[in-house]
Design a protein around this ligand. Structure first.
Ligand code: FES
Length: 152
């Protein structure tokens, strides 16, 4: 398949690195927008690892997506500083407003919701990131604006 061929190309390019697994997974996600499940056994074979090992690493890192993302990607910081400023309640509100949980995409493909662990914006916590742009001091009003923006 085309995915297999492109995956093999990425592996060939990066497998000489020390600790090649993460760079390969990142590059695959860059290439396809997510990590297609069928690439995992190919990677395992190429790196002489078991499928379970590769799968374990893939699932350990929250950055890797199992499925294509929606048109918008909304990340909500769930690390300590943001947690102390109410990020869990914010996440609950956003999940309810969008009708999805973390690592899910709305049925219309509008938005994917993901947790993130510190955006380096702790001073302005709780923080979020919408399509790569950081948003600080997220409150109820911000949530409404974000939800409206991703639905538009
Ligand atoms: Fe959320 Fe640092 S903990 S930005």
């Amino acid at each position: 398949t085309e995915i297999a061929a492109r995956t093999q190309g990425i592996i060939d390019e990066l497998k000489h690195l020390e600790g090649p697994l993460l760079p390969i997974l990142h590059e695959i996600q860059q290439e396809f927008g997510h990590v297609p499940q069928e690439t995992l056994p190919v990677i395992a074979h190429a790196l002489n690892m078991s499928r379970a090992e590769v799968y374990g690493v893939f699932t350990f890192y929250h950055d890797f997506r199992r499925a294509p993302a929606g048109r918008h990607v909304l990340k909500l910081c769930q690390a300590e500083a943001c947690q102390s400023m109410g990020s869990e309640a914010i996440a609950a509100k956003v999940k309810q407003a969008l009708g999805i949980g973390f690592h899910e995409t709305t049925a219309d493909g509008a938005v994917t919701l993901e947790p993130v662990y510190c955006l380096g914006l702790c001073a302005c916590s709780p923080s979020a990131m919408l399509d790569g742009a950081v948003i600080g001091r997220v409150d109820d009003e911000t949530i409404d604006e974000i939800v409206e923006a991703v639905r538009a």
